[in-house]
Write a protein that binds this ligand. Structure first.
Ligand SMILES: [Zn+2]
Ligand SMILES: [Zn+2]
Ligand SMILES: [Zn+2]
Length: 142
């Protein structure tokens, strides 16, 4: 049994070929859009519908095996790096996303000065800026 199969079983998920393929694609790293995931899954499996990939991603996210992020103005992306409360830096120019380790460690990273009675468990932190490629493009345009 592969490590990926064990991972699925450990979360109580039935092992299916689409689930294995999506997990393997995510394990390669990065923050992938559904279209990209579907394209890579199709390289491994003969046929899989986009809807099937959405279904798998939903099941994996609910089981805590993948994380969905959705920076403003960008389609949803999925990653396999879960459970460590890391944050993201997003490029305003091209939408490139990179991981940023949390300086605090555990959620919530920030304590609101008024919680309005809410039990706060997370602060969603996204850093925005320009990636190296967009920075050099910008200097070239000048
Ligand atoms: Zn960029
Ligand atoms: Zn990430
Ligand atoms: Zn943090």
């Amino acid at each position: 049994m592969s490590g990926t199969e064990e991972l699925l079983r450990s979360r109580g998920l039935r092992v299916t070929r689409p689930r294995l393929a999506v997990l393997e694609v995510l394990a390669d790293g990065g923050h992938l859009e559904v279209d990209e995931i579907t394209r890579r899954v199709r390289e491994r499996l003969d046929s899989v519908s986009t809807q099937a990939v959405y279904d798998v991603l939903g099941a994996l996210s609910r089981a805590g095996l993948s994380r969905r992020i959705e920076p403003a103005g960008s389609p949803a992306r999925y990653e396999a790096r879960v459970g460590d409360n890391h944050h993201h830096v997003v490029c305003r120019g091209c939408g490139e996303i990179a991981d940023v380790d949390c300086a605090i460690g555990s959620a919530p990273c920030l304590e609101p000065n008024a919680s309005h009675g809410f039990e706060v468990d997370e602060a969603e932190v996204t850093f925005w800026g320009l990636c190296p490629a967009c920075q050099s493009r910008r200097s070239a345009d000048r």
